[in-house]
Design a protein around this ligand. Sequence first.
Ligand code: NAP
Length: 488
Amino acid sequence: MIDVAIVGAGFAGLGAAVRLREAGVSNLVIFERANDLGGTWRDNVYPGCRCDVASNLYSFSFAPNPDWSNTYSYQPEIWRYLRDVAAANDLNDLIRYGHAVTDVAFDESTSLWRLTTSQGPVLARAVVLAVGALAEPRRPDIAGLDSFTGPVLHTASWDAAVEFCGRRVGVIGTGASAIQVVPHLAATAKRLSIFQRTPPWILPHEGHRVPARTRWLYRHLPGRQRLARLTYYLRRELLVLGFVKNPQRMSVGERQALDFLADQIPDPHLRARLTPTYRMGCKRVLLSNDYYPALRRDSVALITEPIERVVPEGIRSTDGAVHPLDVLVLATGFRVTDHPMGALVRGRAGATVGEALSGDLAHYLGTSFPGFPNLYMLAGPNTGLGHSSIIYMIESQLNYVVDAISTALTRRLLVEPTALAARHWTARVRDQLPSTIWATGCSSWYLTESGLNTTIWPDFTFRFRRATRGFRLRDHRLTPAGQGSVER
Ligand code: NAP
C-alpha cells in the first residue's frame, strides 16, 4: 500500500511529487500510461509546436531554467526541461511507466482508494489526479471520417512517419495547434486545404531567441530572471481587466489584430473570411507571425464552406465540392469538459469527478470534492487560464494539496471539503462568469455542452494563490481513517 498515488507524469504530476517529497511524504508513486514522462509536452510533437506563454513563467518557480534558448519555447525544449526537472529531483524511480489507470474508487470499509491499473490493482491513502486538461485528443464527429483512404492524424498524436511532401493535405480546425502546424505543412505539401469553421483572433508573436548575455545573466544573477518572470506575470494579469472586468476593453486588442490582418493579407476577400465576428478573448487569442503568410501561398486554400462529410478520396463541403486529399490532419483540440478520466473516478456516494467537470458537482478550489476524501485534482475545474501560465495555478493548488495530504497522513485522517464550502466556492466562481469575455456568445472548449464555463478561472491569478495558500480546517470534514466520521 502506498501513501500517495499520483496519476500522470506531466507538469502537474512531477510538480506534485517534488512538493510532496519536500514536505516529507516519501511513500508515493507516479502512475503514467505512456512510456515516457512529459504529458502534453511529450505527446504534441507536430512540427511547430510551441508554448504561447513565455518560458520564464511557463516553468516551475522552484526550477528556473536560465538556458531557455527562446523567450517562448518550442516543444522539444519544454519536454527536455521536464526530463531535467525529474532527474534533478530524483523522480525517475517513482514513475511506473506503462501503467494506465482505468478505475479509481473509494473503499469505505478500508478508507483507502483502490486504483485499477493496466498492470494490476493498487491501494493508496491519498490520490492526486494529474491527468491534464489537454490530454485526450478530440476526434470530431464528422460523417464518413472512417471512410477516408489515406492517413488520418491528430495534432496531439502525431505520426512522424507520414509523408507530406508533394501530397495533398487537409487540415480540419484553425485553433492554436492548427496555426502552428499549417506553416510547416504549407512549405512541403503539394496542396494544403484548411477547413475553417470559425476564424481565430491572431496577434503578432513577440517570441525571439534569448541572447547569450541574457542567459549568462540569468545563470549568475538568478534575481534578474525572477524579475523578468514577475514583470511578464504582471503584464499578463493586466489582461484580466479586459477578460473579466470589462470585455469592452478588448476592442484595443481587436484593433491591433485587425491592423495585423490587413498588413498580412492584402486580398480583401480572403481577409473578410479571416475576420472574427466575436469578441477577442472569447476563444483563446492566438499568436503567430507565419500563419497568415502561409495562407497567401498559391498552393494553400482556406475553405470556409462547412464540411458535409469525409469521403474516401477527401472532404465534401456543403456546396457539393469534393476537395481531394492524400492525408488528413485533425487539429480539432481536446476533450476537456468531458475528459474520459472523469467518469473513472468514483467517490463515496458513487458521484464521479466527471460530474464536476461537466458542472453537476460542486468543487472546492477547483481541486477537491465533497465525498472524495484525500483525493485532489490538479488543473481541475475552473483553474484553466486564457491569459497566463497554468503552472502558476498548479503550484497554487499544490500549496493546498500538500498541506491537506500531510495533515491527513500524519494524523491518519480522511480529509474532504464540506459540501457547504464546495458550494460556496463554486458559487463564487459561477457568479463571476456571466460578465466575462468567455460568456459573450462564442463556442469554445472552455464551455460544457450546456454552455457553462467549467474550465477557466475568472479572476486575477493572485486571488487564486491567496485562496489556496493552505489548508483551512473550517472548510473541511475530517474523519478518522477507518472509523466513524467527525464533522468539524
Ligand atoms: P482548439 O482550440 O479546440 O481548436 C480546435 C479547432 O478545430 C477549432 O478551430 C474548431 O473550430 C475546429 N473544429 C473542431 N471540431 C470541428 C468540426 N467538427 N468541424 C470543423 N472544425 C472543427 O484545439 P487546439 O488548437 O488543439 O488548442 C487547444 C488548446 O491547447 C489551446 O487553446 C491552448 O490552450 C492549447 N495549445 C496551446 C498552444 C500554444 O501554446 N501555442 C498550442 C497548441 C495548443 P471552432 O472554433 O469553430 O470550434
